[in-house]
Design a protein around this ligand. Structure first.
Ligand code: SF4
Length: 402
């Protein structure tokens, strides 16, 4: 880990991350309500469920906070969680090192620069009841730096134009803007599991203009549940997604349908290239949306709700032993081996079993990555396009005299 740099400001007692309040217009959902102002109102009707990924993220943030507190010589006790595996230790070390490097960077220009961790940031002057928690804030010279740890690995998060980071910055400006002459805001997303460090900078004036021109009017509508539904990539985690007519219309827009909005499922041979390209581009989100609607409808039906033309039936099930120990005894008594052949653990399970470093030391030479099967993806995908074998690039002209 990096060298210890003394903090000159930080809150004193950690608050359990899972116990923190959530505002209706939260910073983490700002991308959604800034684009679709009725969303928070509609989402409030659905239970706020937690996921394993969210629990893992909370555990990572608690461990990361502990590590920063250690580096800053602040009172702390290592939190305990079943999620705290060696991999999380590595990643939270990387995060703590990155924050300390940002502090050192700030101190290069201003020796009085200081770091505040896990500070509650209140931006309710712009968004009703708006607040959030800044993982790490650094004030030095004319610059405010905010570092946010993202522990997910499913979606790469960009700091560029990120409304959550900007709202946190507005909260920090409200607290420190009177005392310090902050001209520049630097926002850093640190997402260690996919090696993503994304940085964006904005002037304090631009940030304030964005708050007044974009955020305040949207927040006023959102808190009143007003405005038009607008579907887009921000629907991904919306709790109203399964019932939302705007999202359904958006999904059907990519699928050939009959006049009654029933997917027509034509033979792929009859589709145009443009239709096929549109469907393939949206296939992932379409499948996810279909699954969401199916799960929602099943949950409602098991509560007694009736849908026209649908009925609840017993699903298929597979046969099971009533008692595995008895089965093993009986088969052994008959002179047969009842057990599966032993199998070597897969790479993920073995890494978990041995720890990342030991896995690398012991098995690094035994791991190879075979070529992946071709996949058809949108042009915006970061992977380079495959070069297919053609007679032109397979058969090279034979040079004279060769
Ligand atoms: S699913 Fe999308 S369009 Fe519908 S309420 Fe949620 S954010 Fe708005």
């Amino acid at each position: 880990m990096g060298k210890v740099v003394e903090a000159t400001a930080a809150k004193t007692e950690p608050v359990a991350h899972a116990d923190r309040d959530h505002a209706l217009l939260s910073a983490s959902s700002a991308h959604r309500w800034l684009n679709c102002t009725p969303a928070p109102y509609l989402e409030a009707k659905h239970p706020d469920t937690t996921s394993e990924a969210a629990e893992e993220g909370t555990a990572a943030h608690e461990l990361a906070e502990h590590k920063l507190r250690q580096l800053l010589d602040m009172p702390t006790t290592r939190p305990e969680s079943e999620w705290h595996v060696e991999e999380m230790d590595d990643y939270t070390d990387q995060y703590a090192d990155h924050v300390m490097a940002e502090l050192t960077r700030a101190r290069d220009t201003d020796p009085a620069a200081f770091l505040s961790i896990e500070e509650r940031l209140d931006f309710s002057h712009i968004v009703p009841d708006g607040f959030g928690t800044g993982d790490a804030l650094i004030l030095g010279g004319d610059t405010l730096t905010i570092v946010d740890l993202k522990y997910g690995k499913g979606v790469e998060v960009s700091a560029v134009g990120n409304p959550q980071m900007r709202l946190y910055a507005l909260g920090a400006l409200a607290t420190y803007g009177m005392i310090y002459d902050i001209e520049k805001v630097r926002m850093v997303i640190f997402q260690p599991r996919i090696g993503n460090v994304s940085v964006d900078e904005i002037t304090a004036d631009e940030l304030t203009t964005w708050a007044e021109d974009v955020v305040r009017p949207a927040a006023e509508k959102a808190i009143a549940g007003e405005g038009d539904l607008k579907a887009g990539e921000w629907c991904r985690f919306c709790r109203h997604a399964a019932q939302c007519p705007a999202l359904a219309a958006e999904m059907f827009a990519h699928v050939p349908t009959s006049a009654e909005h029933v997917p027509a499922a034509p033979d792929p041979d009859t589709l145009t290239d443009d239709q096929i390209a549109t469907i393939v581009t949206h296939a992932g989100e379409l499948k996810k949306w279909l699954t969401k609607v199916e799960s929602y409808a099943l949950a409602q039906a098991t509560e007694g709700h009736n849908y026209p033309g649908l009925k609840l039936v017993e699903g298929r099930s597979v046969r099971k032993y009533t008692d595995e120990a008895d089965v093993a005894r009986t088969v052994e008594a008959a002179g047969e081996d009842p057990y599966k052949p032993r199998e070597v653990l897969g790479i993920t399970a073995m890494t978990k079993h041995l720890g990342k470093k030991r896995f690398e030391d012991l098995l690094g030479d035994y791991v190879h990555k075979p070529e992946g099967k071709p996949a058809l993806v949108p042009e915006s995908d970061k992977r380079p396009a495959l070069e297919l074998a053609t007679p032109e690039n397979v058969f090279q002209p034979i040079e004279k005299g060769a």
